[in-house]
Design a protein around this ligand. Structure first.
Ligand SMILES: [Zn+2]
Length: 252
C-alpha cells in the first residue's frame, strides 16, 4: 500500500479484527450492488469508504424528489438523472482510486449471470421479490455469495447466503417460490423512514465486508444463513437460522 492509502485507512489497519492484510483484501475485492435506492445509497458509501477496490452498481431507475428523504447521495437538481450515474460519479469523487462501473439496466433472470459473474459478493438492496429471486438464483449458479437486505416499515432483514455450498441455505430456501411474480412490496405503498433504511444499508455493508474478509481477518465471519431482523421501533435485533431446504429448486 502506498503512504496515502496507509494514511486513508489507518483507522481500519489498527483494528486487530481487520488489520493490514484485511485492508489489502478489501482493495482487491469486487462487490456488485443491486439497487441504488435507500439501501444501496448507504451501502455504497460504506463500501467505498472501506476501500473495496471495484464496485459495480446496477439500477435502471431515475432520481425523484420523493427519494431524497432516504437516498442521501442525491440532490433535487439531479431529478430525472440515472441513479447509477450519479452514484458512480459520487464514488469517483470520494475515492479516485476505486474502480466504479455503472450498469443502467434492469437485472432479471435473463441477464443476471452476465452482470454478477466474477463478483466476490453481491449486495442486493433491490425493492421487489422478482429481482431478489433472480439475483439469488444467479448467485447460486455462479457460486457467488449474496448479502441480502430488505426493509418493511420498521423491520429490516439482513443475511448472508451461500446456497452453492452443500449445507448452506440460499435466499429461495428462505422465501420459497411464491414471490417470483413481478409484484412489489414497495416503499410507495408502505412508507419508510430514512434513518431506518440507512441503518439497514450500513448493516448490509458490514455483512458484505464479512464475506470479503473470510479467511483473511477475524471480522471475516460470514454467518451464512443467519437472518438478522432489526426492529427499528423497539429498537432490537433478533437472529434466526435459515435451514437449507432439500427440495429447494435453486440449491436443493
Ligand atoms: Zn435454496
Amino acid at each position: 500500500m502506498t503512504p496515502d492509502r496507509l494514511d486513508r485507512f489507518a483507522r481500519h489497519i489498527v483494528l486487530p479484527e481487520l488489520g493490514g492484510a484485511g485492508q489489502e483484501r478489501l482493495a482487491r475485492a469486487h462487490v456488485v450492488l443491486v439497487g441504488m435506492g435507500g439501501i444501496g445509497n448507504p451501502a455504497l458509501q460504506y463500501l467505498a469508504g472501506a476501500g473495496i477496490g471495484r464496485l459495480t452498481l446496477i439500477d435502471d431507475d431515475v432520481i425523484e424528489a420523493s427519494n431524497l428523504q432516504r437516498q442521501t447521495l442525491f440532490s433535487p437538481d439531479q431529478a430525472g438523472e440515472a441513479k447509477v450515474a450519479v452514484a458512480a460519479a459520487w464514488a469517483a469523487r470520494f475515492d479516485p482510486v476505486l474502480e466504479v462501473v455503472a450498469q443502467r439496466v434492469r437485472i432479471g433472470a435473463g441477464n443476471a449471470a452476465d452482470l454478477l459473474a466474477g463478483a466476490d459478493v453481491v449486495l442486493d438492496g433491490s425493492d421487489n421479490f422478482a429481482t431478489r429471486l433472480a439475483v439469488a438464483d444467479a448467485c447460486v449458479a455462479l457460486g457467488v455469495p449474496l448479502t441480502s437486505a430488505a426493509l418493511g416499515r420498521f423491520q429490516g432483514q439482513v443475511a448472508n447466503f451461500a446456497g452453492h455450498l452443500p449445507d448452506e441455505a440460499c435466499y429461495r430456501c428462505f422465501v420459497g417460490d411464491a414471490f417470483d411474480a413481478d409484484d412489489c412490496d414497495s416503499c410507495a405503498d408502505l412508507g419508510v423512514l430514512g434513518a431506518m433504511v440507512g441503518m439497514v444499508g450500513a448493516f448490509a455493508a458490514m455483512h458484505a465486508l464479512r464475506v470479503v474478509l473470510a479467511g483473511v481477518a477475524t471480522l471475516g465471519d460470514p454467518q451464512w444463513g443467519q437472518l438478522h431482523v432489526l426492529d427499528g421501533l423497539a429498537p432490537g435485533l433478533r437472529r434466526m437460522r435459515i435451514a437449507k431446504d432439500p427440495d429447494c429448486r435453486t440449491c436443493g
